[in-house]
Design a protein around this ligand. Structure first.
Ligand code: AMP
Length: 283
């Protein structure tokens, strides 16, 4: 397994393998790998000849008030986990490599980046689409995979790939959860023991939504009210948003029919957690 830190070296590696006819698969991550990340590697591995995992905590997707400095990092552990997943290359650039002093270019997807998390993290998706574009140009993958855990991010990237004619197939990976249902996230690391227990409320509230939908509830306002009431019972849980949206446009809906996405962001203490579930009328 190679570790490449230099952008030119990464481009040269990818170009030479493309010329040999190899299929390149990219798994972008911010490191501190967990089973969620590993599941994406396991989906990608049989689909490509060379699997590249990027490990980069992208400063442009964090607001100044957010957790860039304390975001968990452990490259040695990440390296070992990648090795076990038969990764061919870890692309591990420095922030200076990706954003040198004279850096002025950003990629922005309109509309859907202003909804859900975008309402509360106004420049977040601009940072995401910029770094993903840079990774696409540096790693030159044929395939790239993103987790449904960050559903809005997945949709924004699919939209960008369509709008900007990237010749890259985007694959989505299902949410991987802890045994009690909490969606795996590097940020779960911030939770203390009591908070960790309280954090199950996100998953439980989505299960409640699923049950209410299966029982025939179709009124989004009523459903949202019930979810919020359920979450509010937990001390130290502060709701940022609970939304029911069209899974493609991410626009809010009022009456549920067919497939809908229930998405939420909740603070448990100081830690902001997100989760979502897709509901289908027959599920
Ligand atoms: P991150 O390192 O948090 O930026 O995540 C890197 C990739 O892993 C993104 O595509 C995430 O959506 C995905 N991911 C993170 N957590 C999970 C999870 N619990 N299940 C599936 N994919 C995940």
């Amino acid at each position: 397994m190679k570790i490449i830190r230099d952008t030119n070296q990464m481009q040269n590696y990818s170009e030479s393998h493309r010329q040999k006819g190899n299929i390149l698969g990219l798994v972008p991550t911010m490191g501190y790998l967990h089973e969620g990340h590993l599941s994406l590697m396991r989906i990608m591995r049989p689909r490509c000849d060379k699997m590249i995992v990027s490990v980069f905590v992208n400063p442009t997707q964090f607001a100044p008030s957010e957790d860039l400095d304390r975001y968990p990092r452990d490259f040695e552990r990440d390296r070992q986990l990648c090795q076990l997943e038969k990764v061919d290359v870890i692309f591990y650039p420095s922030a200076d490599q990706m954003y040198p002093m004279s850096y002025y270019t950003y990629v922005n997807v309109d509309k859907m980046t202003k909804l859900l998390c975008g309402k509360y993290r106004p420049n977040h998706f601009k940072g995401v689409t910029t770094i993903v574009t840079k990774l696409f140009n540096i790693v030159k993958p044929h395939l790239a995979i993103f987790g449904e855990k960050d559903y809005q991010q997945l949709r924004v990237i699919q939209q960008m790939v369509n709008d900007l004619n990237f010749n890259i197939q985007i694959i989505n990976g299902p949410i991987v959860r802890e045994p009690d249902g909490l969606a795996m996230s590097s940020r779960n690391e911030y939770l203390n023991k009591e908070e960790r227990e309280k954090a199950i409320v996100l998953y439980k509230s989505l299960q409640l939504a699923k049950k209410l939908y299966a029982d025939g509830e179709r009124d989004c306002l009523k459903l949202k009210r019930k979810i919020k009431k359920f979450i509010s019972k937990i001390q130290d849980a502060k709701i940022e948003y609970v939304e029911i949206v069209d899974p493609i446009t991410l626009q809010s809906i009022t009456i549920m029919k067919g497939e809908v996405l229930v998405a939420l962001a909740v603070y448990i203490g100081k830690t902001r957690l997100i989760d979502n579930i897709t509901l289908r009328s027959h599920s």
